[in-house]
Write a protein that binds this ligand. Structure first.
Ligand code: 2AM
Length: 171
């Protein structure tokens, strides 16, 4: 099964992000990530077997993530495959530290190395036809987080869907 570790936005923020995604879609085209699939990927793990998934779930349930506030104030894009996202003007230091500490542990668990450059972002559109961030509305949002999730990705006809396998503890 395809697994990844992510932060999932609280409901009110999810609605704001969904609204931004719709406004971006009318301008840029492409496919909107459904509101209930919005997330910030911290570590993409790829294919993991059932025993590996169980071990990861136990680990995640025992983790305590320091609470933080992520300021979302910038649009960005990755040219392939037409990804339009929201994130911070500069990578948030607390998130970069969290991502690095997760990968430190994942490496010890045999998951290889994490990406050399981590750009915290929330993907709003995939396969955008017009990858242009000028003219999109200004963003000023705060994401208060304190829990991460182990998610499983399923590919369906209309895109990916995610299911939560485990959540970290609250501090
Ligand atoms: P992104 O949308 O935040 O960019 C679940 O599949 C998530 O893992 C995706 O939303 C994507 O993050 C990230 N992902 C998918 N495939 C990946 C890959 N091959 N390498 C790194 N991250 C990937």
């Amino acid at each position: 099964m395809r697994l990844f570790l992510a932060l999932v936005p609280p409901p009110a923020l999810r609605r704001w992000l969904g609204d931004l995604a719709e406004r971006a879609r009318t301008r840029c085209g492409g496919r909107r990530v459904p509101d209930d699939s919005l997330h910030l990927t911290l570590a993409f793990l790829g294919e993991v077997d059932e025993a590996g998934a169980d071990a990861l779930a136990s680990w995640v349930e025992g983790l305590e993530v320091a609470e933080g506030e992520w300021r979302l104030d910038a649009w960005g894009c990755f040219s392939r495959p037409g990804i339009l996202w929201v994130g911070g003007r500069t990578p948030d230091r607390a998130l970069v530290t969290l991502q690095a500490s997760l990968w430190h542990e994942l490496e010890a668990r045999g998951f290889g190395r994490g990406p050399s450059h981590f750009v915290p972002h929330v993907t709003l559109l995939r396969r955008a036809r017009r990858l242009e961030t000028r003219g999109l509305p200004p963003i000023e949002l705060t994401w208060r987080y304190g829990r991460l999730e182990l998610l499983r990705s399923f590919t369906e006809n209309d895109g990916a869907r995610y299911a939560t396998l485990a959540r970290s503890s609250t501090a």
